[in-house]
Ligand binder design. Structure first.
Ligand SMILES: Cc1ncc(COP(=O)(O)OP(=O)(O)O)c(N)n1
Ligand SMILES: Cc1ncsc1CCOP(=O)(O)O
Ligand SMILES: [Mg+2]
Length: 205
């Protein structure tokens, strides 16, 4: 499955939830128009089981499922790709394990040069952030709006913004150069379908 050029990128918030709750709220985000789902789970109970069910769900909506951090889990369940940060391994290993068609996304924080190198090494998208204080990752370092604009000028890859993004502040990130908005709390701390629709509207205004 291809990585979309624009739209809402929803990242799971599985902490303290049942399997059924997680699947229900991800389905609500899909109904609201999320165009990518990332399974991010820092304390998994049954990561493989949940990832398999998320994959079936996402594919029913023709939406790709990416796995955060773990190339091995992505291989095991046949996910569409991975998202890798600075501690999560390199692109070459992910590509050789996952194949030509896999989606590989790379965290670039506030560093356009890191994004340029990731693009040269075959990344399918680059992500910058956090742009606003994030309850989901309070210690994440901040990034500047100008980084999005520079990346947009330099790279021919989808650019993802992350961190504390709400429907009220997402428009300025799109205006600065973000193609996709990656969101946890702004969706899953709320009613996910309505929240996802509010983000999707930013891409049509
Ligand atoms: C779309 C997207 N962008 C950035 C991140 C952060 O990745 P990383 O820095 O590896 O941090 P963790 O998410 O692993 O805590 C992401 N997951 N997704
Ligand atoms: C994983 C990650 N990386 C930088 S901020 C962040 C968390 C984003 O979550 P939220 O949308 O709730 O701020
Ligand atoms: Mg990571």
């Amino acid at each position: 499955m291809k990585f979309p050029r624009r739209g809402l990128y929803a990242i799971t918030q599985p902490e303290h939830k049942t399997l059924e709750q997680i699947l229900n709220e991800v389905e609500a985000a899909l109904k609201g128009g999320a165009v990518v789902i990332q399974y991010r789970d820092k304390q998994p109970l049954d990561a493989e089981g949940l990832a398999r069910q998320l994959l079936t769900l996402c594919h029913a909506y023709q939406v790709p499922l990416l796995i955060n951090d773990s190339v091995e889990l992505a291989v095991k369940v046949g996910a569409d790709g991975v998202h890798l940060g600075r501690d999560d391994g390199d692109i070459a290993n992910a590509r050789s394990r996952l194949g030509e068609n896999a989606i590989i996304g790379i965290s670039c924080y506030n560093d356009v040069q890191k994004a340029r190198i990731a693009a040269e090494h075959g990344a399918d998208y680059v992500a910058f952030g956090r742009f606003f204080p994030s309850g989901s990752k309070p210690l994440a370092a901040s990034a500047d709006l100008t980084t999005l604009t520079q990346a947009k000028q330099l790279l021919n890859l989808p650019i993802v913004a992350i961190g504390g993004i709400l429907p009220e502040n997402g428009g300025q990130l799109i205006a600065a150069g973000a193609d996709l908005l990656a969101v946890i709390g702004g969706i899953f701390d709320h009613e996910p379908q309505a929240a996802a629709q509010a983000y999707q509207a930013l891409f049509h205004s």
